[in-house]
Design a protein around this ligand. Sequence first.
Ligand code: NAP
Length: 318
Amino acid sequence: MRPLIVSLIPRSLPPVIYDRLAEIGDVVFWPSLDPAAKAEAAKRAEVLIATSSSRVDKAVLDTFPNVRMIGDFGVGFDGYDTAEIARRGIHLSHTPGVLSDDVADLAFALMLDAARLMPASDRLVHEGRWPQGGMPLAVKVSGKRIGIAGLGRIGLEIARRAEGFKMTVGYTARTEKNVPWQRFPDMLSLAEWADFLVIVIPGSLETHHLVNAEVLAALGPKGFLINVARGSLVDTTALIRALESGTIAGAGLDVFEHEPYVEDQLRRLPNAVLTPHIGSATVETRTAMAHLVADNVKAWAEKRPLITPVPGTERDPD
Ligand code: NAP
């Protein structure tokens, strides 16, 4: 019997994922089902396709009592109750690695946008205001100090790009890496040293509000905060105060504590560049992610080990 695969993801995915998954089982799109079809699908579903923002907690798992496999479309798994998933013996995969280049590219785009005043420059030309005067001088990026908080897959790609920009790289991580860059013991010391503090640590209870008022004060009035990890890493109230008061120079943010809702004060600030969680949002990368999700579901269906299981949930094939 073909397994029922339920996609919980409200946004459109590359069509290839549905073609690939349809080779393995019957695929339904949860948001478009009526209540009766939902009740039927909930009972039958053996596979869920989700993202961290789907918030797969105990209540969701109770809704789908026969689920054996969850394919996460993303790398951060802070939205999953991994302990409960492991306790129930459910397989959980994610898509690490294939999106690292895109997220690192976006970190650089946000750094350049914030420091070189790109959004305001673009608006000035589009709105025909150039003849009335140009832009104020901006801040140079090349040759500055970049402090990378989290030197994992994405952090490493950011460091590689930084070398091309002749920047001095520093980092903090839980473990020492075999790299030529200076390691700092914590976020605070990294912020004190850095001109650009780039956050790329996973969201978790342990990392909640690691970037607080003290860290922002240490970053200082010439410093920029870039967050491409999770909104939960940054104390938003402290960040708004720091941007309003000039405690830091500016910020580039792709992720937010209450996304997709962004605080009014943050949206009004001219020294914050804001993007709607688009770190991996290119056709090429989302297609690669789609294939990796499907490859993992296929491995599960063929009773092989998952290709990229979420750490801590690894288990033998059913
Ligand atoms: P990764 O390879 O697991 O790297 C995570 C890094 O963070 C590691 O260096 C790890 O240190 C470090 N770290 C973890 N907890 C820490 C702590 N408490 N203090 C200091 N460092 C800590 O993950 P990745 O693939 O680079 O992805 C990182 C995160 O980016 C994801 O979890 C996700 O939330 C986010 N992300 C965002 C987007 C987007 O669209 N904006 C897209 C993809 C991913 P060790 O190496 O010592 O363990």
